[in-house]
Write a protein that binds this ligand. Sequence first.
Ligand code: SF4
Ligand code: SF4
Length: 381
Amino acid sequence: MFSKLIGRRRFIQTVSSALFGIGSFRGLRTTFSFGGTEKAPVVEYRTLGKTGLKVTAVSMGVMNCSDPAVLHRAFDLGINFYDTADCYMRGRNEEMVGQVFKGRRERVLIQTKVHAHDEKRMRASVERSLRRLQTDYIDVLLWHNVHSPEEVSDSDLFEFMAKMKKEGKVRFTGFSAHRNMVALLREASRSNCHDVALVSYNFTHSKDLKEAVSMAARSGIGIVAMKTQAGGYKKEKMAGLTPHQAALKYVLLDQNVSAAIPGVTTIEQIEECAGVMRASFSKENSNQLKQYHSFLQGRICTMCGGCSGECPEGVSYGDLLRALMYREGYGNDSLAKEILQTISKQEIERCSECESCSVICRRGLDIRAAVRRVQSLELGA
Ligand code: SF4
Ligand code: SF4
């Protein structure tokens, strides 16, 4: 049991921190600029499904961040839940999280990930994560980037996750998914084996996804939303909220979402996001978000799954498009390259040699042009 392994006293402290938001006390004393005026930050906590953990509605995706000062600022703002992964920045992302929260581990909740492999490799990955994070437990461990309902219910995975829990290395488990989320959430609701699901969820997604999120939340799964800003693309400020704030607020209006983890890189961005927790969302904001949606049409792949499996060459073009989003939306070339490295060279070559793309994007994205731009990144251009 987790409590036996970390000791009763520390367990109580840990649970107290999570349940009563101890991590927010410093944040409540600070001020930050939002909408041109200085205001005290207000932190909203939500329950992370059946885990019972109290997480800040705006939490932090650390993936795009390499500046420890941003994490310190997030902590000072009262944000208590941080998402990283074994593979982000080849482990340096986890190392940064470990260094920043050393000495105050029990005041934050850390979510990291493991890729599907045999048990030996997954165990080694978890041990590396624990070392980098300078901790002896992970609050939430996710199986990284699941694609199919079969993977969601994989018995080998559950066996491994159950062992990690029993050994006290991990408190709660789940999966992350970038596409095919409706089918995955339905299966997860049915199998009732996951504590948490981290899914792409934003204003560009369909009603079906909203319903699947609702179904999963009703089954007790804690829903964590990522890609809340549909790729990090920027546009001018619109009446009160920036487009990013409006997009984030839209996701948080859905009470089935326990937390959103916008990927931020700067102190200004984390302040911008934190300010959303108690911001209101007007009819005007809703209209502006529709305009923002139009602006994004044809610029990004929203991973709606509408063209799933259409490439006759079997190329993982979804991952190619995701790499492009990290490059053009977030300006994060290193992450884009990391994703490209997970795609076989043969696939990339097949795509380069393909004369006309037969995949039709339902949202007007020119996939051929997009994959060409990614290929130039792969070649280092
Ligand atoms: S360009 Fe050809 S190989 Fe590449 S995704 Fe389109 S159909 Fe598939
Ligand atoms: S390329 Fe277009 S249709 Fe295909 S998943 Fe992306 S947004 Fe949906």
